[in-house]
Write a protein that binds this ligand. Structure first.
Ligand code: FES
Ligand code: FE2
Length: 433
């Protein structure tokens, strides 16, 4: 039985033994983390640390909740559940996007329980207090003398749309560096005209792993040998430093260099920004933006690397434009292609489960069955997500074993190190450590 915090690292059995983590326990866990090595078991299993993650990371930082095409018309909404928070993200009657706490101002009932839909007004199911799409209380029956409806609008949540990608922040004073992030990434995203797209398909899966394991898995391609479908378009050298490329990847690297030079000419000619901006650590709103070439046919992330949608995005005249990537801390990555966009969001559900939502967007005028086939569009990422979910589930089981201890990252896992570093920096800042 662990009788001190020092024993918790490899035991990961805090709650079986009745030990609750204190602030000092967490500070100690952060302090003794070895840079370049994976985290100790409690970070993936402990209930107190999970609650702290939700409060310190999701409660205080901007995170991704979806995109404008998911709520195209006035009254369209999606709900976001994270920890004890429930939030409504809604298109108002004037076409703007707003976010509200999903909590009635009468006695607190949740207003909307579906994951998405359309409303005229927001009517509480309990006693029918009715709010308009700006959150203003329009109607409440049999209220007492002197009742002032203007005092009972829905509580707003901070929201930013960055080229149509939606981010919310639950903190009263959100990190201000989102403005700089937006200014940096918008020139990269804008040519893909995300606001002129529609949802072609969306899939939610429940991963059997802590949200950080899902994110860590996304941040490396050391395991990409396990993704045969993705391998049609993604170079097997992605994430590798030139000096770490062994004989088995040499030919692919030569191919990458040749295609990268070709694509750079295209990007220059088309006026598409492509240089990597890596701001993943040392700031509250961590991000990385870049445009990279795709392998083989090089057009899209499909099984044959050819475009999945004939109607291209924005004003693009040809589909072979590489992959415009945007990776955000703490819960999001996106691939913007010439013919479609794929967005991903991870939300924590429990200490050991997470929801991964994948959304495929095509031009709003593209016609299913004529311009694109949904199966062809989604097939690579559906297969890849299933493979990743299996990797994450096994990692979770392993991280709960008494035998687990942190192991060293490969040099190709530098983005995992960046994710973990950012996470620990933010946790430390929250704890004032
Ligand atoms: S709790 Fe919403 S109307 Fe009563
Ligand atoms: Fe993967």
């Amino acid at each position: 039985m662990p009788d001190s915090v020092a024993d918790l690292g490899t035991a990961g059995t805090a709650h079986l033994t009745g030990h609750r983590l204190t602030r000092q326990d967490v500070v100690d866990l952060i302090r003794r983390r070895r840079p370049g090595w994976s985290l100790e078991s409690p970070f993936y299993n402990d209930e107190d640390l999970y609650r702290l993650d939700v409060e310190a990371i999701f409660g205080r930082h901007w995170f991704f909740v979806g995109s404008e095409p998911e709520i195209p018309e006035p009254g369209d909404y999606v709900t976001v559940e994270v920890g004890r928070w429930s939030v409504i993200v809604l298109r108002d009657d004037d076409g703007g996007v707003r976010a509200f706490h999903n909590v009635c101002r009468h006695r607190g009932s949740r207003l909307l329980s579906d994951k998405g839909g359309t409303v005229g007004n927001l009517v509480c199911p309990y006693h029918h207090w009715t709010y308009d799409t700006t959150g203003r209380l329009l109607f409440a029956e049999s209220t007492g003398e002197g009742f002032d409806p203007s005092c009972f609008s829905l509580k707003q949540v901070h929201l930013r749309s960055i080229s149509g990608l939606l981010f919310i922040c639950l903190a009263p004073d959100p990190p201000e560096d989102i403005a700089e992030m937006a200014a940096t990434v918008e020139p990269y995203l804008a040519p893909h005209a995300l606001r002129d797209t529609k949802v072609a398909h969306q899939i939610d899966i429940t991963e059997q792993g802590n949200w950080k394991l899902v994110m860590e898995n996304n941040r490396e391609c050391y395991h990409c040998g396990g993704h045969p479908e993705l391998g049609a378009s993604l170079f097997p050298t992605i994430g590798y430093r030139p000096e770490d490329i062994g004989p088995s990847r040499r030919a692919a690297y030569e191919r990458f260099l040749k295609i990268d030079a070709e694509m750079t000419e295209i990007w220059e000619r088309e006026g598409l920004p492509y240089r990597q901006v890596d701001r993943l650590i040392d700031r509250p709103t961590g991000f990385l933006v870049e445009r990279t070439p795709l392998d083989k046919a090089g057009e899209s992330m499909t099984r044959d690397a050819k475009a999945a949608c004939k109607r291209l995005l924005g004003d693009f005249a040809q589909p072979r434009l590489g992959r415009q990537g945007l990776h955000m801390q703490p819960n999001n990555w996106n691939h913007l292609l010439g013919d479609h966009v794929v967005t991903f969001s991870v939300l924590p559900l429990t200490p050991t489960t997470s929801r991964l939502r994948t959304t495929w967007l095509v031009h709003k005028d593209a016609v299913e069955g004529v311009d694109y086939d949904v199966e062809n569009l989604v097939s690579v990422w559906r297969a890849t997500n299933a493979q990743d979910a299996a990797f994450v589930a096994e990692a979770q089981i392993g991280a709960a074993s008494p035998a687990y201890e942190p192991g060293p990252y490969s040099p190709t896992e530098s983005w995992v190190e960046n994710f973990v570093t950012w996470y620990l920096q933010r946790l430390s800042a929250h704890l004032g450590a």
